[in-house]
Design a protein around this ligand. Structure first.
Ligand code: AMP
Length: 609
């Protein structure tokens, strides 16, 4: 690393874009947001986790490459599952979505630590504008489990707007953010008013993105092979993986070239003969393939305008975000719809992370805040428990009286007046909740306190004023005052977003630590054993699976490898024979079978990719 970060120059806070497909980290350097490259030089890394056979945690490209070969050890697109309590089975463990996300974020933290030194780091993490309270909380927890102090969770479109520079955001107006990534499409309208940014409306499709374009191309390539050789390569899992990879490469090339030549020497095997493909595709043909999907994004863009009660003419700036907006047809469609060119100058893959870094910089003081207070809205409603009319006008405790409604621009202070509920009442319990349900039992409790010293009086005669102050860091201050006496009490809910139970947080932390600890212990154990290359003791791994199913799996791979010999060069055939011999020997010794199967899988993948 050759960054000239000077110690104590400013408090390093970083911005994180934790994406469905890719993630990125950015920080402020010389008053400008800048992407922090990972150790291997990548600016964005795939948000994919692999816990490999040796219990190593692998994140990024290598994990992505293992998705097909080791589906039960790999997790992709965990962002879609944030906020759910359903565990994800990975490598023999049940991990919660935020735990998987934490392992991915831990990898990002490595590059941060390489720049700023080890230890806790403050971070701003972005989430889609439509993320619920539970999803935001899970994201925040993932960040904390990864070793970050999560200062703010901000909306992705707000971050994108910030990335386009504070100088560009001086005029009040409306910004449309069209975000087409690998797996999701979001379109939002952000309003800039008196220096405050607020998401006015947001919509999208959680299952529409670059991956779908890749699959359209896979079908196109497969149909070519079916027409020529009468065999559908999609029936062969390795061929399908190969075509998917090729399709993405072709798609990316078509963003800069009008025609792309396709030469794939071996896609699959038929009657022991390799089947390849040699053809070409024009950009126009590709656009036709994905046209209906692009039209859907345009319809959703029109819908978001309707939701915000705006017309295309009311939009002052259009921002393109997400890797898939590099497709020239997207640019054309958006330019046509708005009759103006979208802004360019920022890599759409990086805009959200850069914007998160701007927010982080505003917070740390690395950027001046005088001109603009970037903000977001309260992601959920906050209020207190009250008596509420129930059936036939009967009053029932546990109703939810909202004081700060969801989507209120923050920071905000709001107050409401309540009265005593029975004759002679001298104290009142203030129970603070957040959530959207009219009954508090369905919402989440943030805190509770008792305001005493109320003069005994008739029901409804004493007025209690409850004031909520909610700041940009998610800190909620609640004050209750008996109006007739001026007696008041205040409590602070340190972080209203941070309301996951401490116990479950600690459990998750232990689980994550144990993943790394198991690995360390395993290495120590192995250091005690002197073994030959041929004879690695992997008993623990083998015992995960029943012996019969392991032998069945071994047979399948031996068969596959033998079938593939038809397409191998002589040297590869020899290597294949050696791998088969090693696997047979492992079966004979009832030892190390899984590792030998994995060697064959690796060989097959290398052969076909
Ligand atoms: P994101 O989720 O924003 O990181 O976007 C990732 C998606 O963008 C993947 O589906 C990529 O294949 C796609 N992508 C990246 N670069 C290009 C490009 N130049 N042209 C078309 N799609 C691209």
């Amino acid at each position: 690393m050759n960054n000239n970060y000077k110690k104590n120059e400013f408090r390093p806070i970083i911005g994180i874009d934790f994406g469905t497909t890719n993630s990125a980290v950015a920080y402020i350097r010389n008053k400008k947001p800048q992407i922090l490259e990972s150790a291997n030089g990548g600016r964005v890394i795939p948000s994919v986790l692999l816990i490999d056979l040796g219990d190593n945690v692998v994140v990024g490209k290598d994990a992505l490459d293992s998705l097909v070969a080791m589906p039960d050890r790999t997790v992709a697109a965990v962002k879609r599952r944030m906020g759910s309590n359903n565990p994800i089975y990975v490598s023999g463990r049940d991990l919660l979505p935020q735990e998987v996300a934490a392992l991915i974020l831990k990898e990002l933290k490595k590059s941060v630590d390489a720049l700023f030194g080890e230890g806790e780091k403050e971070a701003v993490i972005t989430v889609p504008a439509y993320f619920t309270d539970a999803q935001r909380r899970a994201t925040k927890q993932a960040g904390e489990l990864a070793g970050f102090v999560v200062e703010r969770i901000i909306n992705e479109p707000t971050a994108a707007a910030l990335a386009y520079g504070l100088n560009n955001l001086k005029k009040d107006g409306h910004i449309l953010v069209y975000d087409l990534g690998g797996g999701t499409f979001d379109v939002s309208i952000v309003e800039l008013m008196s220096g405050i940014l607020e998401v006015k409306a947001s919509t999208g499709n959680n299952f529409l993105g670059g991956e779908d374009f890749d699959w359209k191309l896979v079908d196109w390539l497969a149909n070519k092979i079916i027409n020529m050789h009468n065999v559908d390569p999609r029936g062969d899992i390795r061929a399908k993986a190969l075509l998917k990879k090729e399709a993405e490469n072709i798609k990316i090339k078509l963003s800069s070239e009008e025609t792309v030549k396709i030469i794939i020497p071996v896609v699959t095997v038929k009657d022991n003969q390799p089947i390849g493909l040699s053809t070409r595709i024009k950009r126009r043909e590709f656009v036709n393939l994905i046209d209906d999907l692009l039209q859907e994004t345009i319809e959703l863009t029109k819908n978001v305008l309707k939701d915000a009660e705006l017309s295309v003419g009311d939009i002052d700036e259009v921002l393109l975000v997400g890797g898939s907006t590099k497709i020239p047809r997207v640019y054309e469609l958006i330019s046509d719809l708005f009759d103006k060119n979208p802004r360019d100058g920022i890599n759409p893959d990086e805009a959200v992370a850069l914007g998160a870094a701007v927010q982080a910089g505003l917070k740390s003081g690395a950027l001046p805040t005088s001109e603009l207070i970037a903000t977001d809205v309260a992601p959920f409603s906050m209020g207190v428990a009250v008596l509420k009319e129930w059936k036939l006008s009967r009053l029932k405790p546990g109703g939810f009286a909202v004081i700060i409604p969801k989507n209120t621009t923050i920071p905000v202070t709001r107050s409401e007046e309540f009265t005593t509920t029975y004759d002679g009442q001298t104290e009142v319990s203030i129970e603070i909740y957040q959530g959207e349900h009219e009954w508090v039992s369905n919402n989440h409790k943030l805190g509770e306190f008792l305001l005493g010293g109320i003069p005994a009086n008739h029901v409804g005669k004493e007025i209690i004023e409850v004031k909520f102050r909610y700041n940009l860091n998610g800190i909620l201050e609640v004050q209750a005052e008996c109006v007739s006496t001026g007696k008041e009490m205040t409590i602070t809910v340190q972080d209203a977003l941070d309301r996951g139970s401490q116990k479950s947080f600690e459990e998750s932390m232990e689980k994550i630590k144990s993943i790394y600890k198991e690995r360390e212990e395993e290495i120590e154990d192995r250091e005690d054993i002197i073994y030959s290359d041929e004879d690695i003791d992997d008993e623990g791994i083998d015992s995960e699976q029943s012996w019969e199913s392991l032998i069945e799996e071994a047979d399948t791979y031996i068969k596959q490898l033998n079938e593939l010999k038809g397409i191998m060069e002589e040297k590869q055939q020899k290597q294949a024979d050696k791998l088969i011999r090693r696997l047979r020997k492992a079966i004979e010794n009832e030892n190390d079978v899984q590792a030998k199967i994995e060697d064959i899988i690796d060989f097959i993948i290398d052969l076909t990719l």
